[in-house]
Ligand binder design. Structure first.
Ligand code: PSU
Ligand code: MN
Length: 313
C-alpha cells in the first residue's frame, strides 16, 4: 500500500501544478455536531473550488492516509463513531494499526508537507490552555508550526486559550504570526482580541512571498496567518468571556484532560451560547478557506514566474 492516496480531484490538480489547499478533519469529527459538520466540510471544499483552488481534506481511513476525500469518504468520516483524534504523536500508530483517524492541525501539516501541499486552511489552532502553568496543556500544533513548512490560515487562537502565552510560545519557536488586514490579533469567534499581532499583511501575495522566502532561507517551520472572522458573524469578547469562564470551570470540575479538553470546551460553549458559537465557527472557517485558496493561487503563480526562464535583455 502506498504511504498515502490522493483523491482523483487532488491527483489531477497536483499533476497539473494547480493550487491546492489542505483541510483538516478533526474539526469534522470532534469540532462540530452531525449533520452540520458534513454540511460545513462540503461548503468549505466548495469555497476553495470557487476561489480557484482544489481542496484536499486529510484523514486516515482503514489505515490509509488520504490526501483529499471523495464525497462518499467525507460522508463516512462525518458520521463515523470512535474516530481517533490524531496529532504528531499518534498518526503513525493509527496508520500502522489500520485504524480510522481525523487529523488535527499538527497531523494535517505533516501530511500536507509530505504530499507537497504548502497551504492549509482551518478554523482555529490549538495553543497554550488557560492554567497551563498547572496542567502543562500546550497543543502539539505549536511545535508543528515551528517544524513543518506549511502556511496555516486560521482565525487566530481560540479564546478558550491563553492568547498571550500562546504568542510567547510561537515567538520562541520562530513562527511568524501574521494578522490579516488588521493590526490586532483575531480571537476566533471575535475579530479582535485587544492584543497587537506581531506581524500584519494585507494581501495573499505578501503571504505567498513570505512563505517562499522562508524556504529560500532554508528555515523549517510554517507561518500562522490569523484571519479575522467577518464582522457580521462575530460574537463579541464581552459576550463570550463569561461563557468561556464557565466552560473552563466545568472542564476542571469534571476532570477533563488531554485530548478531550478542546472538544469538551467547544461543545460546552456551543450549549452555553445556544448554538451561536457554531454559526460563528462555520463563518470563520469558510472565510479562511477563501483566503487559503487565494494564498495558494498566489503561491502557484509566484513559483511559476520564478521557474520560468528569465526574459532576454
Ligand atoms: N478549532 C476548532 N475546532 C477544532 C479544532 C480547532 O474550531 O476541532 C481542533 C483542531 O484540529 C486543532 C485541535 O488542531 O482542535 C487542537 O487540539 P488540542 O488542543 O488537543 O491540541
Ligand atoms: Mn492539549
Amino acid at each position: 500500500m502506498n504511504l498515502y492516496a490522493h483523491s482523483p480531484e487532488v491527483a489531477a490538480a497536483l499533476d497539473a501544478g494547480r493550487a491546492v489547499v489542505a483541510l483538516e478533519s478533526t474539526i469534522i469529527t470532534h469540532g462540530m455536531p452531525w449533520p452540520r459538520n458534513l454540511q460545513t466540510a462540503q461548503a468549505v471544499e466548495q469555497a476553495v473550488r470557487d476561489a480557484g483552488a482544489t481542496p484536499a481534506t486529510i484523514a486516515v481511513l482503514d489505515g490509509q492516509l488520504h490526501i483529499g476525500l471523495t464525497g462518499a469518504e467525507l460522508e463516512r468520516l462525518a458520521q463515523a463513531k470512535g474516530v481517533a483524534k490524531l496529532s504528531r504523536a499518534d498518526l503513525a500508530v493509527c496508520l500502522a494499526q489500520g485504524g480510522n483517524g481525523a487529523t488535527t492541525v499538527a497531523a494535517t501539516m505533516i501530511a500536507a508537507e509530505l504530499a507537497g501541499i504548502q497551504v492549509f486552511a482551518t478554523g482555529g489552532i490549538g495553543g497554550v490552555h488557560k492554567g497551563a502553568e498547572e496542567t502543562f496543556d500546550i497543543s502539539a500544533d505549536l511545535q508543528e508550526l515551528g517544524a513543518t513548512r506549511v502556511t496555516v490560515i486560521a482565525a487566530g487562537a481560540k479564546a478558550i486559550l491563553d492568547l498571550p502565552k500562546t504568542l510567547e510560545v510561537l515567538e520562541t519557536l520562530g513562527v511568524p504570526v501574521i494578522a490579516y488586514g488588521q493590526d490586532d490579533l483575531p480571537a476566533f469567534w471575535s475579530a479582535t482580541s485587544g492584543i497587537k499581532a506581531p506581524l500584519r499583511m494585507d494581501t495573499p501575495q505578501q503571504i505567498a512571498a513570505a512563505h517562499r522566502m522562508r524556504a529560500r532561507l532554508g528555515l523549517p517551520g510554517g507561518q500562522l496567518v490569523a484571519n479575522p472572522i467577518p464582522k457580521d458573524a462575530e460574537i463579541s469578547q464581552a459576550q463570550l468571556a463569561p461563557v468561556i469562564a464557565q466552560a473552563t470551570v466545568d472542564a476542571t470540575e469534571l476532570g477533563i484532560k488531554g485530548k478531550a479538553v478542546t472538544p469538551f470546551l467547544l461543545q460546552r460553549i456551543f450549549d452555553l451560547t445556544g448554538g451561536a458559537s457554531l454559526e460563528a465557527n462555520i463563518a470563520l472557517v469558510l472565510n479562511n478557506a477563501r483566503l487559503g485558496a487565494a494564498v495558494s493561487v498566489a503561491l502557484t503563480a509566484q513559483n511559476a514566474a520564478s521557474d520560468a526562464p528569465s526574459p532576454k535583455a
